[in-house]
Design a protein around this ligand. Sequence first.
Ligand SMILES: [Zn+2]
Length: 384
Amino acid sequence: MKVSLQDCQAIDVHAHPYVANPEPYTQEEFVKKLSLAVIPNKIPANYRLVNNQPYPGSNMWVQILIQRLAKYLSCKPSLEAVVEHRNERAKDFQKYTKNLFQDANLTGVVADFGYPTPMLKKQEYAELCGARIWEIYRIEPVMIRLAKESENFGEFIDQYRLDLKLALKREGVVGLKSIIAYRSGLDIMPMDNQGASMQYEEFKVDDRSKVKMLRDYCLHIAMEECTTANKVMHIHTGIGDGEVVLPKASPSFLLDMLRDKKYQDTKVHLVHGGYPWVEEAAFIVSILPNVYMDISLQNPFSGHGVKRILSQVYEFAPFDKVMYGSDAFTMPEMNWLGVHLFKECFEDVLSSWVKSEYMDLEMARAIGEMALYRNFENVYQEHL
Ligand SMILES: [Zn+2]
């Protein structure tokens, strides 16, 4: 007996908005746009291609996308044919995007408008994709903006706290987000007002500088404001684009802060489930009642790895702690394959549990629905 999730709706708890590409994609651009790399591969002039070789620099996720998209577009499963057909259909980008969302039964997205910059408009993205959009509010752009406007550290901190407070009151804003793993790492130290103020001038000069004490301090303020407002703190964990401070990106570095009594009621969402440290994330959400994880980025970008990961995550993670996500960021095909690949892989995993007599078909199906949207509704207290 096979578990089917095909008719189940999905809410994506972490993705980014985008607009139509101004010109049709070339094959090279299409592959580049699908890549997480900041500096995509350059093909050297003397590079020798063999017959049937995948496009240079492409990987399993790109390969799976070509294969699945070819079926959807009714064309040959080659990069050339897929890009050609995709470009044709994407001439009406809104229709193309809406159709992909509908085909995947993707009904809602928690969108991080912190990327791309300059910021896109929520209403426009909602109209483009036809799904309900919730917003999380990134703290780093706020820090940068207010450092330019503030006379001194004291004023900066007051304005920063006020800004977060007001953002969390806005309709449709479900939480804050930090990308501190890209700047100074996840080993967050206790609040140090003096240390943070000492680094303020350096941050004013270079907003990309490490200034760890200042960044840790600002993250604590965001945690406090989420606690007061009963909203969710998103923290980027694990890999990302090429800039991430990888040796300090494992969610295990967050443990000291997360275990602090002060934050025992704070809802924290570990974005990307700490991949490749997914088992650490699964353990953390199993011991801390208000900490949750999603499987965005690893799904769909680890390609065939999604099946293995889903099996591993549930070795420790409680069923009500894992949420569906994609980290889609430049084109609707990412949102689309995110849902389809997740369902395909999770159906296999769930079916194997039924076959092993760990549960019946109905329970397996319920676990699928929990990951796809019900856990989101419970954690965020938001319903479609
Ligand atoms: Zn993201």
